[in-house]
Write a protein that binds this ligand. Structure first.
Ligand code: SF4
Length: 460
C-alpha cells in the first residue's frame, strides 16, 4: 500500500524522475577509492554531500566508511574551494597519515568550476603533500551519469595517478573487476590463484569494507591494492576489464598511456559469463583451466538441472546497474526464465540494444529502458500492466514487492536492510549457486505460503 498512488496507466514524462534507479556519482568514486590500500577518499564539496556518500556506503557495508570533506561554506561556494582543499590536505596528511588521498568533486564544486589538477599542483608546490604520499583525483558531477559513472571515473583517476611504465614487461594480467562486492573481489582472486594466473586487481575492497572485528580500530584496514601493485599495472601484458560501464575507461587509459592491450568482458555472473571470464583469463595469463573448475561448473549445472521445474517460464523484473544486469539477464535466460521488465537508471545507449539482443530468441517481448527517466515508478507501472513471478534488485524494490506481492531477491547496490552481500559472492560458478539459492528460496517460500493445504509438499 506504500506506493498505492502509482497509476497503471503510463503517460509520457520528460521533465521528472520519480524514485530514481541510481544514486550520485561521488558514491561510486568513494567506493572505488576505498579499494586502494591506505587511501582516504576526499569529497570536495559541502559536508552534507560527504555525509550522504559515507552513510549510503556505511549502510550497505555495515562498516564505518572514512572520508574527508572540503566542508564548503557560503564563502567557498562563491569564491571557490581551493583554500578549503589545501587546508584539508594538510590536515589529513598530518592527522590521519594516509598513503594517499583520492579527491572527487561534487555538484557544487563542479558548478563553481574548481580546477582540481591546478589545486593539487599548488599543494605539491607548497609542500603540502609529504614525500612518498600521493593525491589522485577525478571529476564526478552528479548531474550526469550515476554512481557507476563515478566509480568508473575514479578507476581512471587511479590509473592516471598511480600506474607507471618502466619498459620492463611483467608477465601479469590486470583485472579491473568493476563495481562488485568485496566477496566477489575475493572470489575473483581465488579463481585466479587456483588457475595460477599472476594478476594485479584494482580496486579491491575486500578486507576494507568487510574487515574483521578484532577489537582494535584500524583507520586503514589490511585490504586494498597497494600503490606499488597498481604502479606495476602499466607494465602488465594485458588488462581484463569486467563491465563496460565501470571498467572500460580505465582499461582504455592503460592502453593509451602504457600500451597495455585490453579486453572488455561481462562481470562473471552466472554460467555463460563465468565460462567466458575463465577462458579469457586462461588465454591472457597463458595458463590451463584446472580440473577443479570443471567440478565447480558441474555443480552449478547440476543444481540448474535439479530445480528447473521451479524456474522454467517464470517471469522476472530486474533493475540496477548495467554491468550487473547484462550477465544476470543472460543467466536468467540460461535458466529458462523470462526477463520481462529491465530498468537501469544509468545512461548508455548500448544497454537497451544489448538486453534486446540477449532476449531476442527466448524473451522477445522484454521491456527495457535505461537513463534518468527509467525509474522505479516506471518499473512499478510496467509490473502493474504485466505482473511477474520474481523481482530482482536493490533494497528500494521492496516497496513494489510488498505492494504487488512479488517474491523479491535483493541484488545490486544498495542493500540497506539485509546482510550477506559482503560475505557471499554472486560471481563465478559458486556465486551462480548462491543466486539460484536466493531465487529458489523466494519462489518456493511464496508457493508454500499461498498454496492450498492439499498442495503443500514436504519434499519440493
Ligand atoms: S549535491 Fe550532488 S554530489 Fe552532493 S549528494 Fe547531492 S547529488 Fe551527490
Amino acid at each position: 500500500m506504500l506506493l498505492r498512488h502509482t497509476p497503471k496507466e503510463i503517460t509520457e514524462r520528460k521533465g521528472v524522475t520519480i524514485n530514481p534507479a541510481k544514486t550520485c556519482q561521488p558514491v561510486g568514486a568513494m567506493y572505488a577509492a576505498l579499494g586502494v590500500h591506505g587511501c582516504l577518499p576526499h569529497s570536495h564539496g559541502s559536508q552534507g554531500c560527504c555525509s550522504y556518500h559515507r552513510s549510503v556506503l556505511t549502510r550497505h557495508y555495515k562498516d564505518p566508511i572514512m572520508a574527508g570533506t572540503s566542508s564548503f561554506t557560503e564563502g567557498s561556494s562563491v569564491f571557490g574551494g581551493q583554500a578549503n582543499l589545501l587546508a584539508a590536505l594538510t590536515n589529513m596528511f598530518t592527522i590521519y597519515n594516509p598513503d594517499l588521498v583520492a579527491v572527487h568533486t561534487t555538484c557544487l564544486s563542479e558548478t563553481i568550476g574548481d580546477d582540481i589538477p591546478q589545486i593539487v599542483h599548488k599543494a605539491t608546490e607548497d609542500g603540502k603533500i609529504p614525500e612518498g604520499k600521493h593525491v589522485i583525483h577525478c571529476n564526478t558531477p552528479s548531474y550526469v551519469g550515476s554512481h557507476v559513472t563515478g566509480f568508473s571515473n575514479m578507476c581512471t583517476g587511479i590509473v592516471k595517478g598511480l600506474a607507471k611504465h618502466t619498459g620492463n614487461a611483467i608477465d601479469q594480467v590486470n583485472i579491473l573487476p568493476g563495481w562488485v562486492e568485496p566477496s566477489d573481489m575475493r572470489e575473483i582472486k581465488r579463481i585466479a590463484k587456483e588457475m595460477e594466473a599472476k594478476i594485479v586487481m584494482y580496486p579491491d575492497t575486500s578486507d576494507v569494507v568487510d574487515a574483521p572485528q578484532t577489537g582494535e580500530f584500524k583507520m586503514y584496514p589490511a585490504g586494498g591494492t597497494t600503490v606499488e601493485a597498481i604502479a606495476s599495472s602499466g607494465d602488465s601484458i594485458k588488462t581484463l576489464a569486467c563491465g563496460s560501464w565501470a571498467s572500460e575507461d580505465a582499461a582504455k587509459q592503460l592502453d593509451s598511456s602504457f600500451k597495455v592491450p585490453y579486453e572488455v568482458l561481462d562481470i562473471p555472473v552466472g554460467l555463460s559469463a563465468t565460462d567466458r571470464f575463465i577462458e579469457a583469463l586462461a588465454n591472457a595469463a597463458k595458463v590451463p583451466v584446472p580440473d577443479s573448475f570443471i567440478a565447480e561448473r558441474g555443480r552449478l549445472v547440476d543444481v540448474i538441472a535439479d530445480m528447473t521445474q521451479y524456474l522454467h517460464g517464470k517471469k522476472v523484473a530486474i533493475f540496477g546497474d548495467p554491468d550487473q544486469l547484462i550477465p544476470m539477464v543472460e543467466f536468467l535466460l540460461d535458466l529458462d526464465m523470462i526477463p520481462t521488465h529491465v530498468i537501469s537508471g544509468t545512461p548508455g545507449k548500448k544497454f537497451t540494444a544489448k538486453i534486446k539482443e540477449l532476449c531476442a530468441e527466448k524473451a522477445p517481448n522484454v521491456q527495457v529502458q535505461n537513463g534518468a527517466q527509467s525509474d522505479m515508478f516506471l518499473l512499478h507501472q510496467w509490473i502493474k500492466n504485466e505482473p511477474v513471478d520474481l523481482l530482482l534488485g536493490n533494497t528500494y524494490g521492496k516497496y513494489i514487492a510488498r505492494d504487488e506481492e512479488i517474491p523479491f531477491v535483493r541484488y545490486g547496490f544498495p542493500i540497506l536492510d539485509r546482510i550477506g552481500h559482503s560475505y557471499f559472492s554472486t560471481v563465478g560458478y559458486t556465486g551462480g549457486i548462491r543466486l539460484l539459492e536466493m531465487m529458489l528460496g523466494a519462489i518456493m517460500d511464496r508457493q508454500e505460503r499461498e498454496c492450498s493445504d492439499i498442495k503443500m509438499e514436504l519434499v519440493m
